[in-house]
Ligand binder design. Structure first.
Ligand SMILES: NC(=O)c1ccc[n+]([C@@H]2O[C@H](COP(=O)([O-])OP(=O)(O)OC[C@H]3O[C@@H](n4cnc5c(N)ncnc54)[C@H](O)[C@@H]3O)[C@@H](O)[C@H]2O)c1
Ligand SMILES: [Zn+2]
Length: 692
């Protein structure tokens, strides 16, 4: 049959594309598209080749396993090849039934003949490894590579705690039948748990934030695991938390004879390998279907990623009889679940304002089915994340949803970017209320500064204002605030003081008595103190003690509202971050308006004169600490001294006023004596401070 030119062209294009992506995935551990996308292209080529067998070339991706070994690793020739597994459609039930039907046909079983026994296993999403033990000792670990030749990764694999370096002979000694064979190749999956993965990426993000070059975050646990195993530097591999499950074997020489796959797995367990407790015996297609469904239900709750389940014929003689096709055994099949990563398009990048005023960029997506649910948006965390991933409107992106983790944009597919797509920037104003949005130094998040006015923060602001340590409005709890805000009764804080009995009684679950009590509490709250009022405003970084300091320093509210950063810095314990935050808050006209309205509602407090700072007892004194004090730590002593106004210095000089010396004080004490500086012990220090 001759091949039509367009078909030939498409097949060539697919082969090239698949080669490219296989190289990215297997060799570089840097997949550029999600597996689901790769599988789609793969199936398309497979179908063309089935239709036109002449298209099938030995180097076609459909005829080969994995990728070439990476330069830099020694090569290992597998004595028993490491194969791939045929994937059944991910449509419910049919995957298992098709497989069972095929096996029965191959074996010449008829309807009414007994069901076939299978082992059902999880399909771990990691990296296949072959572990070679000679006389019970791990001598070599190799990746699958192209199935024939893998990479020697023994050094890296040795760092994985779950992989035994020597096989357990406990059973053997106990006279069990699981005597350790002189040669044993164990095959299994190296993977990374989801929590380990999240932690690793968190660390990576911190490193990048601190300016580390050549560091990156990982797209998914599989990618992180593969990257760690195929790492030329075992020092780095050691820092990556990896886990392992055994599910098969290669060469076995000597040792006990096994009749079934399941028996071998039990022996592997006895020799010290982790074997998943979700590995079960299943009889016939029905039990496979039930297994697929049960695992599908539990998938999100597993601590690691799986991309499906694997069914294997249990009887080893039958396995042999069924044999292999080019790259896959006929006695096993993978039955996949909906992919946890998919491609979709970013329709817009919106900025969401949280209840505490935090701005979060969110990608609105063309709806996509991923990890078993339809996802329409994904968090982009913060400005730096958007820039690091360089996500832009119109981009094709990989979205991941695994476990209960919220969907995330893991990467952009750069080749599919629309020309001229603008770089994303965070808005300078809060998209909800229009107040200035600021990002403090050393912080990743932008925040809305319109805390009192912003409707996104309304509930939070009211609850904060009402709490015991602020306005102390008894009876104004979370449920009531929700109701008041959601029904539109309260739009801004001062609306609280405009509540009437009738309006309140009209609310759900509000009796007349509690309404009266609330009104009384509100009335009472009008008479307050300046520190409570300041604290109640919910200015970022202004806790109760800063509110007290501000009130004491300025005496009245107006000068605080009008203070510049420099003036705010005069307040004890107010540093640049706090000063900026206070200044930004009062710079918002909306916030000032709300404060004016509150005053107009009758909110009042006693105002006083600005405090004259009482001079602190050790102001201007320089103190040096040396040696170990009996009860105070160095930090505690330093803190106490600084609170009393002293400067704590690192070395003794003529300018030193006191040296506080503990046990094992060294040269600093000698120097102090030499210069005639007063030396104190811990008691002396306490007396000095007490006098302060
Ligand atoms: N995103 C990309 O660009 C890209 C490129 C190439 C391949 N891929 C992905 O890689 C996979 C290709 O398939 P493959 O040939 O590597 O084989 P496979 O992953 O479909 O199946 C074989 C592998 O399954 C693993 N496995 C997990 N649990 C197992 C168990 N209980 N028993 C036996 N094996 C188990 C082993 O590592 C084995 O090598 C596909 O999922 C494909 O989407 C993606
Ligand atoms: Zn706002």
């Amino acid at each position: 049959m001759s091949i039509p030119a367009p078909i030939q062209e498409r097949a060539d294009a697919l082969r090239e594309l698949l080669h490219h992506h296989a190289h990215q995935y297997y060799v570089l551990d840097a997949p550029a598209i999600p597996d689901a996308e790769y599988d789609k292209l793969f199936r398309e080529l497979q179908q063309l080749e089935e239709q036109y067998p002449a298209l099938r070339t030995p180097d076609s991706p459909t005829q080969r396993v994995g990728g070439k070994p990476l330069e830099g690793f020694a090569k290992v020739r597998h004595r028993v090849p490491m194969l791939s597994i045929r994937t059944e459609t991910d449509i419910e039930a049919t995957g298992a039934r098709n497989f069972d039907a095929r096996v029965r046909r191959e074996m010449g079983l008829k309807e009414g003949d007994p069901p076939v026994d299978y082992v059902a296993e999880l399909k771990f999403d990691g990296l296949a490894i072959s572990l070679r033990y000679e006389r019970g000792v791990l001598v070599q670990a190799a990746t699958r590579g192209d199935g024939e030749i893998g990479e020697d990764v023994t050094q890296n694999i040795r760092t994985i705690g779950q992989i035994p370096l020597t096989l357990s002979r406990a059973r053997e000694r106990a006279g069990g039948r699981a005597a350790v064979p002189p040669v044993l190749e164990v095959r299994g999956e190296v993977y990374m748990r989801r929590d380990d993965f999240e932690r690793l990426n968190e660390l990576q993000r911190e490193k990048i934030a601190r300016g580390a070059k050549n560091e990156k975050t990982f797209v998914n646990p599989r990618n992180a695991a593969a990257g760690a195993v195929r790492q030329l530097d075992p020092g780095i591999a050691r820092q990556r938390p990896l886990s392992f499950y055994a599910y098969g074997w290669g060469e076995i020489e000597g040792g006990p004879a096994f009749a079934t796959h399941y028996e071998v797995l039990q022996a592997l367990k006895a020799w010290g390998f982790p074997v998943s407790d979700r590995t079960v015996l299943a009889r016939g297609a029905d039990e496979l279907v039930a297994y697929h469904q049960a695992v599908g239900r539990d998938r999100d709750g597993l601590p690691f990623d799986i991309d499906g389940v694997v069914y294997k014929v249990d009887d080893l003689a039958l396995q042999k009889q069924l044999g292999f096709v080019t790259r896959e055994p006929r006695w096993a099949v993978a039955h996949k679940f909906p992919a946890q990563e998919q491609l979709t398009t970013v329709e817009s990048i919106d900025v969401y304002v949280g209840r505490t005023g935090k701005l979060t960029p969110v990608a609105r997506l063309v709806p996509v089915f991923v990890g078993g649910v339809t996802v329409t948006n994904a968090t982009l965390h913060n400005e730096d994340e958007v820039h690091r991933k360089d996500v832009r409107i119109g981009d094709t992106v990989i979205v991941r949803r695994a476990g209960d983790v919220i969907p995330e944009v893991v990467a952009v597919v750069p080749e599919r970017r629309v020309a001229g797509a603008p770089v994303f920037s965070m808005p300078a104003q809060c998209p909800v209320c229009g107040s200035a949005a600021v990002r403090e130094e050393g912080e990743a998040d932008h925040r809305c500064t319109g805390g009192l006015f912003c409707s996104a923060q309304r509930k939070h602001a009211i609850l904060h204002f009402a709490q015991r340590r602020a306005m102390d409005i008894e009876g104004l709890g979370e449920k009531l605030v929700d109701q008041l805000v959601e029904t539109g009764v309260i739009r801004v804080l001062p609306d609280l003081y405009r509540l009437g009995l009738q309006g309140l009684v009209a609310l759900e679950r509000m009796g007349e008595k509690s309404a009266q009590n609330l009104l009384a509490a509100l009335e009472q709250s009008k008479s307050t103190t300046l520190p409570r009022f300041l604290y109640g405003l919910g200015i970022r970084h202004v806790g109760e003690s800063t509110a007290r300091d501000l009130a004491r320093h300025f005496g009245r509210l107006d000068p605080i509202m009008d203070a510049g950063v420099e003036q705010l810095l005069q307040v004890p314990d107010v540093g640049p971050v706090v000063a900026e935050s206070i200044h930004a808050f009062f710079a918002q006209p909306h916030n000032r308006e709300v404060i004016e309205q509150l005053r107009a509602c009758g909110m009042h407090w006693e105002e006083g004169a600005p405090a004259v700072e009482a001079p602190r007892a050790l102001a201007g004194k320089t103190v040096v600490l040396t040696g170990t004090l009996p009860t105070l730590s160095r930090d505690e002593a330093k803190e106490m001294l600084e609170a009393a106004g002293a400067k704590v210095a690192g070395s003794v000089s003529k300018k030193t006023d006191f040296v506080v010396a503990g046990a094992e004080a060294g040269s600093k004490l000698d120097k102090a004596r030499e210069l005639g500086v007063t030396v104190l012990d811990e008691d002396g220090l306490r007396q000095l401070l007490a006098g302060a």
